[in-house]
Design a protein around this ligand. Structure first.
Ligand code: NAD
Length: 257
């Protein structure tokens, strides 16, 4: 399928799932705006490499998704925004009574509030263009819970709820809004959780991977960033025109349990 002529903005896309999604969208022909809160040479190099390998236009725009004004400014700077992938996210693991307030605020801001700001700024552009796709990268934790992840689970449930509202508000327009709910994908975000989880459960790294992370993933395999990217591309295809306001789990059977 070709997304030629479309512009995709992927928040939090200099690493992990966002980067994988950006690659698949670029390979499908969309021009891509990469984003994170850093402004390093390697961020801009990433854009150059992706453009050279896929032949589409790729820009890197620095914007901190913990700040509402910067979220909105990202969409303004992008110019067109036909496909919006709200992916930026962070994690912190601690029992709720000890959960640091600054971590709670940051997770709610980056993982949930940013999607409100970018969507609010992007919808007028999609309406003007006569086509749009909002894809929120939620989580299996947008549908179920785990201990020690109060902020993350709250933010991801919030994103799933927001997705439904956006879908209803755009239901009679050529715009769809959906959430993808991945199970565990081995990215830097997951890698960073391993030491904390080892401490919480007093387990070795191997036991955390097998008995905590993939314990609830019946396939016993991590999902890949390419699979997530392919799911986003599918949601941008004509076949997905009537798919709106729903969640697609890419979780090896986790939420079937
Ligand atoms: P990651 O750490 O590899 O990537 C997170 C991205 O967000 C990075 O590009 C980072 O730079 C960016 N980011 C962080 N704070 C930001 C900020 N303030 N402003 C702008 N960008 C910021 O993690 P990932 O695993 O690829 O996670 C991506 C998304 O997928 C997150 O929303 C996460 O909750 C979700 N998710 C991940 C998994 C998994 O197993 N990895 C599972 C379910 C959902």
């Amino acid at each position: 399928m070709s997304l030629q002529g479309k512009t995709a903005v992927v928040t939090g896309s200099n690493s992990g799932i966002g980067l994988g999604v950006a690659w698949e969208l670029a390979k499908a022909g969309a021009n891509v705006v990469l984003n994170s809160f850093t402004d390093r040479d390697e961020d801009h190099e990433l854009a150059k490499t992706m453009a050279a390998e896929t032949g589409v236009e790729v820009r890197y725009i620095k914007a901190d998704m913990s700040k509402g004004a910067e979220c909105r400014d990202l969409i303004e700077q992008a110019g067109a925004c036909d496909i919006l992938v709200n992916n930026a996210g962070i994690q912190h693991v601690a029992p709720i009574s000890e959960f640091p307030v600054d971590k709670w605020d940051a997770i709610i801001a980056i993982n949930m509030n940013s999607a409100f700001h970018t969507t609010a700024a992007a919808l007028p552009k999609m309406r003007a263009a006569g086509w749009g796709r909002v894809v929120n990268i939620a989580s299996a934790h947008g549908l179920t819970a785990s201990p020690f992840k109060s902020a993350y689970v709250s933010a991801k449930h919030g994103v799933v709820g927001m997705t439904k509202v956006v879908a209803l508000e755009t239901a009679q327009e050529p715009i769809t809004a959906n959430a993808i709910c991945p199970g565990y994908v081995l990215t830097p975000l997951v890698e960073a959780q391993i030491p904390d989880t080892m401490k919480e459960y007093d387990m070795s790294r191997e036991d955390v991977i097998k008995n905590v992370m993939l314990e609830r993933q019946p396939s016993k395999e991590f999902a890949t960033v390419e699979q997530l990217g392919g799911t986003v591309v599918f949601l941008c295809s004509d076949a997905a025109t009537q798919i709106t306001g729903t969640t697609i789990s890419v979780d090896g059977g986790w939420t079937a349990l």
